[in-house]
Design a protein around this ligand. Structure first.
Ligand SMILES: *Cc1c(COP(=O)(O)O)cnc(C)c1O
Length: 363
């Protein structure tokens, strides 16, 4: 006899995150590595956040607040809602996984576009639900009509990634509102807005207003991207009190650690800093897009902090290898559901120039 593992293990896709910088240094045998592979911020956290984390470190002998009350209150104040309608998680990924576990029985259906965020297939594999992937439409955008056509009595969860990772495309809030109005009430719609701050189509909080109309809507956001806190893992959902209760029930009691709670509660106070980060990112977005076009590449218009670059007849693995030789780490489309592409996160200007020069040499 030998140990056996749960059957779902065989169903689980391999989640391969972008290479960690240390791993990249080791693999490339060089200290001089630029990581543009995980849509992180190139800028560290706000100084006040670093100070708050340092202060909180003294109290690490204690468990954190199980209910993350201060953080949830700050998020509620920021969005003018009730803390009962704010769920926080060890990254917004944890909320996604908990949502699937809390909503789905084996045989239920989880619907999402593809390619979209690479964690979505895990939700189905872990919960035993069936995944329904709906191909993106022309221009790498969500095909909301095609998604609606796939909704059945068995559909429990629909994930809409907007702006979409890995393609960077964004649908205006108006389109999301129309979609929500047509989705049946028994379906939970998770609007994954990890990059919403970076888009310029709408006021970033336009979709938050939809929560009043659609009790089955969940707006999911994160401190990992624009706030520069990916290393701490903290995300949140604006949702119904029922949804929050459900995701809390399926998770361990202290999933958001003290430093993450402290950092996020401070970061959310600095709206001006967020605006400045967004502005700097958009300057880089315009710069990178222009240079890519000069290279004859035609990425869809990005509304996020990364570009999705179709490589046409270039070989993806070869391009990644050549970039790697120059110390540039990007994500290949192959592992993200879109072979023949690369996804590159915008870094600082110097990093972007290095990437673009290396790409020019590789094309
Ligand atoms: C990065 C990202 C997240 C956020 O992940 P965290 O778990 O909060 O770090 C969520 N959704 C999408 C689409 C992302 O790209």
């Amino acid at each position: 006899m030998t140990v056996t593992f749960a059957q779902k293990l065989a169903r689980l896709p391999q989640y391969e995150a972008g290479m960690h910088e240390d791993a990249a240094r080791e693999a490339l045998g060089s200290e001089d590595v630029v990581k543009l592979a995980s849509n992180e911020s190139p800028w560290g956290p706000h100084p006040a956040v670093i100070e708050a984390v340092a202060g909180a470190a003294k109290g690490l002998n204690r468990y954190p607040d199980q209910h993350s009350r201060r953080l949830r209150r700050r998020i509620a104040e920021r969005f003018d809602t009730d803390p009962a309608r704010v769920a926080v998680g060890n990254g917004s990924c944890e909320i996604l996984l908990a949502a699937a576990e809390a909503l789905c029985e084996p045989g239920d259906e989880i619907l999402f576009a593809w390619p979209a965020f690479s964690i979505y297939p895990h939700l189905a594999a872990l919960s035993g639900a069936r995944e329904i992937r709906v191909p993106l439409a022309e221009g790498y955008v969500h095909d909301l009509d095609a998604m609606l056509a796939e909704v059945t009595a068995a559909t429990q969860l629909v994930c809409v990634c907007n702006p979409n990772n890995p393609t960077g495309t964004h649908l205006p809030a108006e389109r999301i509102a129309e979609f929500c109005a047509r989705v049946p009430d028994h379906v939970t719609v998770v609007l994954d807005e990890a990059y919403i701050e970076f888009q310029t189509n709408d006021d970033p909080d336009a979709t938050v207003d939809l929560l009043a109309d659609f009790p089955n809507l969940v707006v999911l956001r994160t401190f990992s991207k624009v706030h520069g806190l990916a290393g701490l893992r903290c995300g949140y959902a604006l949702c119904s009190a029922k949804f929050r209760g459900a995701v809390d029930a399926v998770r361990q009691p202290f999933s958001v650690n003290e430093l993450a709670q402290t950092a996020a509660a401070e970061a959310i106070l600095h709206a001006d800093d967020v605006a400045e980060r967004v502005e700097r990112t958009i300057v880089e977005r315009i710069f990178v897009a222009e240079r890519l076009r000069e290279l004859g590449l035609e990425p869809p218009e990005s509304q996020a902090n990364f570009s999705w670059i179709p490589l046409d007849d270039l070989d993806e693995a070869e391009v990644i290898r050549r970039l790697g030789e120059q110390g540039i780490v990007v994500r290949g489309g192959e592992g993200l559901g879109g072979p023949g592409h690369i996804r590159v996160t915008y870094g600082t200007r110097a990093q972007n120039v290095r990437f673009l020069d290396a790409l020019a040499a590789a094309t």
